[in-house]
Design a protein around this ligand. Structure first.
Ligand code: MOS
Length: 676
């Protein structure tokens, strides 16, 4: 089945947030703080207001009315205190985009700067233990005697890895168009991962009842987490429209996205693993150091996957956070699992090298009976199957474990493996299905952020109704539709699909219409450890002359329940793996220690993989039946593809060169500096 909106997308007819034609539209352009900490002493808008076509200047000098309890990142122009360089402190509204942009440069801002601190360090005096890490896990867990487990181990690995600030770079930059009607109801066309949740947040921020706000997001060009929460551009559009009595568009530039749409926190991760003579873990400790802003706490759940992965008599996980003069980190594909599994799976490879046990075999020997930290049974877990099938397909049995010995001219060749995992949860959702025009209409406020959600839900509805997919029309991306959770946490299809199945079942009974709300059904889900698993295999070629690294093969094998649509699933998996390749070798946002904020704020400097970087990437999956997940038997697949990829590549680089780079990204400079 092709994507149902494929034709409108490739013909340019799909309308994105910034593209809706609206009569009398004006444009707002933000003014961003040039200091990382301090106060805005004065905003002089006179010169900007004198420019042709300028309608208004919004700023902290004249705070617009917002809810008292507005989210600190969304409370625009409320406080003179600056929390980070790049924070939006003013905005110009004008007849044209270019006019607004030019006038923004003419706004004079005087600051009272203060000393800032933007550097994460494992010995930072401000580090503390957060109460919980995202979304609601205890920060620290400990079971068994860690020190005893390490003391009795035949082999101990004690290693520290770092990952840099990473930024989502959705193809469609964040944008919103806000339109107030005469009754004071607000319509926002927003680029968002959830119309319902975005509507609720915009309403809360503006102090409006939900019924007075509507969000429309029919097509969204990627998000990866950066559009999973309401971002300031949407609030700015609403405020600017209210101030000027005009519809207002805000379309962020790629560089502005780096400042105000969130990023993945940098991490410093220390792993201590102990193993007995057979490679069985005697102790596992994973401690993650991360940052948040002074505005609010965001605690990435980096060490949480260690609670899921391996059997061990002693397990300690911990998170330490420091509040810096930076923007608040946010969600980026597989928050927690992605950086955490990079470190854990790299450390497992180091343990394999230290014990002389094959890294596939080492993982098989440490398979747990039940979820290690909780003791809960797994609804299903086929990591072992993924490792075995991947090894078979990849030709792993021919692998010589000796690092740094395979050479093809200047190129050193190596292979690596890593495991992946991601939770398989679902959230309450509503849906309506009815007969219309000889076919069927299914309505749910789901978001299709490029994943193919429309297509997946069309299939799910058609299968439940027992009709051909072309008789089903799915309507989504509008908060006026039945309430739905965000496209995030790899829960979209599981959550929306559950409601669509129930609505279609009701429709079959009723003959005309079916309505569903899965709140009660989800509440009654039994207590089980629900996760998808996978195994990532990588082959790299490293130039002994330049340090250049080419990934010549990537294979992912996944056990993710029933796959709803093979073509969409493959696209999600290889998309995630490609993003993992970027994490391994290229992606890094540098923090500007001197001035605050970020350096490398565009795609000329923040490098992401292009097609030539992934000549051979393949994803396959195992048949997995798991009826205790949801009516489809599906696990989420949006995020697991990125998990483990960077570790597999890093492990392959070590196998190729004999050199272990523990600081991502693995750049040519780091290889050359190793002087192997
Ligand atoms: Mo995804 S980072 O949960 O949007």
């Amino acid at each position: 089945m092709n994507r149902v909106e494929g034709r409108v997308k490739v013909t340019g007819l799909a309308t994105y947030a910034a593209e809706y034609p609206v009569e009398g539209v004006a444009y707002a352009y933000p003014v961003q703080s040039l200091i990382a900490k301090g106060r805005v002493a004065r905003v002089d808008a006179a010169a900007a207001l004198d420019l042709p076509g300028v309608l208004a200047v919004l700023s902290v000098a004249d705070p617009p009315e917002l809810a008292e309890d507005a989210d600190a990142e969304l409370a625009l122009f409320q406080r003179r205190e600056v929390a980070y360089r790049g924070q939006i402190i003013a905005a110009v509204v004008a007849e044209s985009y270019d006019g607004a942009r030019a006038a923004a440069d003419a706004v004079r801002v005087e600051y009272e700067p203060a000393d800032h601190d933007v550097s994460l360090r494992a010995d930072h005096p401000g580090l503390y233990r957060p109460e919980v890490v995202n979304p609601n896990f205890p920060s620290d867990t400990e079971q068994g005697d860690l020190e005893a487990g390490l003391a009795q181990a035949a082999t101990v690995v004690d290693v520290t890895y770092t990952t840099p600030v990473l930024h989502n770079n959705a193809m469609e930059p964040h944008a919103a168009l806000a339109v107030w009607d005469a009754e004071g109801t607000l319509l926002v066309y927003d680029s968002t991962q959830g119309a319902t949740t975005d509507r609720d947040m915009i309403a809360k921020t503006l102090g409006l009842p939900r019924g007075r706000v509507r969000v429309v997001a029919r097509h969204v060009g990627g998000g990866f987490g950066s559009k999973g929460t309401t971002r300031p551009h949407a609030v700015l559009a609403a405020l600017a429209a209210r101030a000027t009595d005009r519809p207002v568009k805000v379309a962020l530039t790629r560089q502005q996205m780096y400042d105000v749409t969130g990023y993945r926190t940098p991490t410093i991760q220390r792993l201590r693993l102990g193993a007995d003579g057979e490679g069985r873990l005697t102790a596992l400790e994973h401690v993650a150091y991360e940052q948040s802003s002074t505005l609010k706490e965001f605690a990435e759940q980096t060490a949480v996957p260690a609670r899921v992965m391996y059997a061990t008599p002693a397990l300690r996980t911990a998170h330490r956070l420091v509040r810096l003069d930076v923007a608040t980190p946010s969600w980026m594909r597989a928050p927690g699992e992605c950086p955490g599994m990079y470190a854990l799976e790299s450390a497992m490879d180091e343990l394999a090298c230290a014990t002389g046990i094959d890294p596939v075999e080492l993982r098989l020997r440490n398979e747990p009976e039940t979820e290690p930290e909780s003791g809960l049974p797994f609804s299903s877990r086929d990591l072992a199957g993924c490792l075995r099938e991947g090894a078979r397909r990849f030709g792993w049995e021919r692998r010589d474990p000796e690092p740094g010995v395979r050479r093809d001219g200047e190129w050193l060749i190596g292979t690596g493996v890593a495991a992946s995992t991601y939770p398989s949860k679902r959230s309450p959702c509503q849906a309506v299905a009815c007969v219309r025009d000889g076919g069927f209409l299914v309505q749910v406020a789901a978001a299709d952020i490029g994943t193919g959600a429309r297509t997946a839900l069309t299939r799910i509805a058609a299968e439940t109704l027992g009709v051909a997919p072309d008789r089903v029309h799915v309507e989504l991306g509008d908060s006026d539709l039945p309430a739905a959770p965000v496209a995030g946490g790899s829960m979209g299809t599981a959550s929306w699909g559950s409601a669509v199945v129930r609505a279609c079942e009701e429709l079959k009974k009723d003959g005309r219409e079916g309505r569903a709300d899965t709140a009660e059904e989800v509440r009654q889900d039994s207590e089980l450890a629900r996760h998808a698993f996978g195994a990532q295999f990588a082959e790299v070629r490293v130039s002994a002359v330049t340090g250049e690294i080419r990934v010549s093969r990537l294979l992912g094998v996944f056990a993710a329940g029933r796959i709803v649509d093979a073509r969409l699933a493959r696209s999600q998996f290889i998309g995630g793996m490609t993003m993992g390749l970027g994490m391994a070798l290229m992606e890094e946002t540098l923090t500007d220690e001197e001035f605050g904020g970020f350096l490398r704020r565009d795609l000329a400097q923040y490098h992401i993989p292009a097609c030539a970087d992934v000549p051979d990437v393949e994803a396959v999956w195992l048949e997995e039946e798991d009826e205790r997940l949801n009516p489809m038997g599906s696990k989420g697949i949006g995020e697991i593809g990125i998990v483990g990829t960077a570790a597999a590549i890093g492990n392959a680089v070590h196998h190729a060169t004999g050199h272990r780079v523990r600081e991502l990204p693995i750049t040519p400079a780091k290889i050359v500096m190793a002087r192997f």
